[in-house]
Design a protein around this ligand. Structure first.
Ligand SMILES: Nc1ncnc2c1ncn2[C@@H]1O[C@H](COP(=O)(O)OP(=O)(O)OP(=O)(O)O)[C@@H](O)[C@H]1O
Ligand SMILES: [Mg+2]
Length: 376
């Protein structure tokens, strides 16, 4: 799949601009605070349904304007598709696909597929578990509508269960009935989520290991230890959803009394994590800046490969400020791995791309200044 064009109106500092993209590398370069990341943010909304900067809708509307609009045309093996998103200062956003209004984000996500690398993703190795869960969830949700549904349902049930636990004293006899129903529903969702995450991480680790070994002349190897509330030992097989559900039931029952005291759900998919190991050691303790960046990037390349395996089409790579801090060897490897893919990439330094430009016939360079764009 590739992005053919995009039209921005009053989005962030971009008042009005229409882009036509090359099927190969598209480079947005320019000084800080000019609008490079804003372009990627606008495009990613069509893949993820929301801003990757966790921005509120009204904050993405250009200062002093009332509404904003972005439209994209993307091409799949079957056809050209149109999607559009409209933001309003005082109303909910509106979404359209091929002219039809879409009411639920779950139907909007998963059509236009992209892999995003954003500097925050560097924290994937060292930061809190939520960032690793969100990596897996973002990737799998684009590929599997049933996973996205399970995830959304899990979030809702968890919220209800926590609200119930918080007001435990106020419910009296009706507490147990409601609590058991919610716990059972949560166990079913969590069982599915764990099975999908386990399978995804297994394949991801294989590809990431391959990438990193290639990037470093086999000096570096990667593995993941997926840990859940129902794990008994590292590296355990957790791909059977029903077996997982059975174990979540047991876990929830065992935790129940403690949860009533603390007023919060102590176990479940919202506690999952996976530890990244570099040459057998916990990467978060020993990784250099460049190694962190390499691992995060290898994970993104692998995300793209899995998307291709599952859907038969390559996603569009959106890479924000990706190459700084990498040595020439690692940089060249990344650039070579991206050949044959559509990449929209930002950088402050034009020189980062000399090699890619020389090699890529379809590369396009766009200079960004104060929300305006010039094809060079
Ligand atoms: N709602 C908005 N309306 C108008 N301008 C905005 C809005 N939100 C952000 N901006 C402006 O957008 C600019 C930042 O754009 P962006 O984050 O794309 O920069 P960048 O080119 O990626 O810079 P860097 O190289 O530092 O990452 C800032 O000048 C900011 O004031
Ligand atoms: Mg930026």
């Amino acid at each position: 799949m590739y992005l053919e064009s995009a039209a921005f109106e009053n989005f962030r500092n971009i008042e009005k601009h229409s882009f036509t993209f090359s099927k190969g590398v598209n480079i947005f370069y320019g000084n800080n605070a000019q609008g490079k990341t804003n372009v990627l943010e606008g495009i990613y909304i069509f893949a993820g349904g929301k801003s990757f900067r966790h921005a509120r809708e009204r904050d993405m509307i250009c200062f002093e304007k009332e509404n904003a609009k972005i439209g994209i045309n993307y091409v799949t093996e079957e056809r050209t598709n149109k999607m559009e998103m409209r933001f309003f200062r005082d109303a909910k956003k509106q979404m359209y696909r091929n002219g039809v209004k879409i009411l639920r984000s779950a139907e909007f996500i998963g059509n236009f597929k992209s892999v995003l690398f954003f500097p925050d993703h560097l924290g994937i190795v060292k930061n809190e578990p939520a960032i690793r869960r969100s990596f897996v969830d973002g990737a799998v949700s684009q590929l599997s509508p049933s996973y996205l549904m399970a995830l959304l349902e899990y979030g809702k049930i968890l919220e209800q269960r926590n609200a119930l636990l918080k007001n435990f004293g106020a419910y009296g006899a009706s507490f147990d009935v409601t609590f058991d129903i919610l716990s059972e529903k949560l166990a079913v969702c969590a069982g599915k989520i764990t099975a999908v995450r386990a399978k995804y991480l297994e394949r991801l680790a294989e590809i990431v290991d391959e990438c990193l070994a290639d990037m470093t002349g086999s000096a570096e190897h990667i593995s993941f230890d997926y840990t859940t509330s129902i794990s008994r030992f590292p590296g355990e097989e957790l791909s059977d959803a029903e077996e997982n559900t059975r174990r979540y039931r047991e876990k929830f029952a065992a935790n129940q009394e403690k949860e009533k005291i603390l007023g919060v759900s102590l176990s479940g998919s919202h506690k999952d994590d996976f530890e990244i190991k570099l040459n057998g050691r916990a990467a978060k303790l020993f990784c250099s800046q460049g190694q962190q960046r390499s691992i995060a990037l290898a994970m993104k390349l692998a995300e793209g490969e899995i998307a291709r395996e599952k859907s038969g089409e390559l996603p569009v790579f959106l890479f924000d400020d990706v190459l700084s801090e990498l040595d020439t060897e690692r940089k060249n490897y990344i650039i070579s791995r991206l050949s044959g893919r559509q990449v929209i990439i930002t950088s402050c330094a034009e020189t980062d791309f000399d090699k890619s430009i020389a090699n890529a016939a379809e590369a396009q360079k766009i200079y960004v200044e104060n929300g305006s764009f010039k094809v060079m």
